[in-house]
Design a binder for this molecule. Structure first.
Ligand SMILES: [Mn+2]
Length: 275
């Protein structure tokens, strides 16, 4: 029998080459998830492992950790998962696992101020946290060729809240007709539900980069961008999506620890534990 829910701590930080995301994941584990069994991915803290390869900073260590995270998720065999990161790229393993488990019948809602969809050749920074969507669709080859055995299709993605996109990212989103829902849509829930419905997929995975939120409401993230989703709109959206779809995964990323409990993280984690 599969375990119903896997809670994975994946503090991978190498995608942003900044250990701030590692500390953020550890803080969420310590302050919000100390009373519950979690699976932890072993993450290197060695800053000498950030060599550039295949256009990706830290390619080797990121590949190794992603493989380990995926193997761990397969062993845990949860029907649903709640992952706490880490930088956005830590979600590659979790999305791959969900897509594998539900045999491609999966829509991925990518909630993020950024596109996260540069190919290695398009990226100016070569930081992998700007590339996870392209890794998932198999566009980071030769990197990840052995890990992404069954790439997702761009049509599985819906983007929400993107407002700081590079030109190459805008092109990728347009050419693949990926729906891009504005953070301040006056019909945020309806627009999101209908975009996911149009994908034709039955299962839903939500990638939640905290920088999708407006920095006035939530500033504790490494790369804040003005004009985000209002904190009061986030939980109603998550609950509405849970009601409308078969929610099988949630990933929470890019927390810059502030050393104290916050209401919004508390509510997201509570949702992640319960859905
Ligand atoms: Mn991101």
């Amino acid at each position: 029998m599969p375990k119903d829910k896997t809670i994975l701590i994946n503090a991978q930080w190498q995608g942003g080459a900044d250990r701030i995301a590692h500390r953020g994941a550890s803080e969420i584990k310590r302050l919000y998830l100390d009373d519950i069994e979690t699976a932890c991915v072993a993450i290197s803290e060695d800053e000498s492992e950030l060599a550039l390869k295949h256009g990706i900073i830290g390619c080797d260590v990121i590949e190794r950790q992603t493989k380990e995270a995926l193997a761990r998720l397969r062993r845990e065999n949860g029907a649903r998962l709640f992952t706490v990161g880490g930088s956005c790229d830590a979600d590659v393993a979790s999305v791959l696992y969900a897509n594998e488990r539900y045999q491609g019948d999966l829509a991925v809602l990518w909630m993020d101020a950024h596109g996260d969809c540069n190919a290695p050749s398009e990226s100016r920074t070569h930081l992998f946290y700007g590339m996870p969507v392209r890794a998932l669709v198999g566009d980071c080859r030769p990197a990840f060729a052995q890990i992404v055995e069954h790439p997702l299709k761009p049509a599985q993605f819906i983007h929400l809240g993107g407002r700081d996109l590079d030109e190459a990212e805008k092109r990728f989103i347009e050419e693949n007709r990926i729906p891009l829902i504005p953070a301040r849509s006056t019909a945020l829930i309806e627009e999101t539900v209908s975009a996911i419905r149009r994908s034709g997929r039955k299962h839903l995975y939500i990638h939640l980069d905290l920088d999708v939120l407006d920095p006035c409401d939530f500033p504790h993230t490494p790369v804040p961008v003005r004009g985000g989703v209002l904190a009061d709109a986030l939980l109603p959206l998550l609950h509405a999506l849970h009601k409308a779809f078969n929610l099988v995964g949630l990933g929470l990323y890019e927390y810059r620890g502030c050393g104290a409990l916050t209401d919004i993280i508390g509510r997201i984690v509570e949702f992640g534990r319960r859905f």
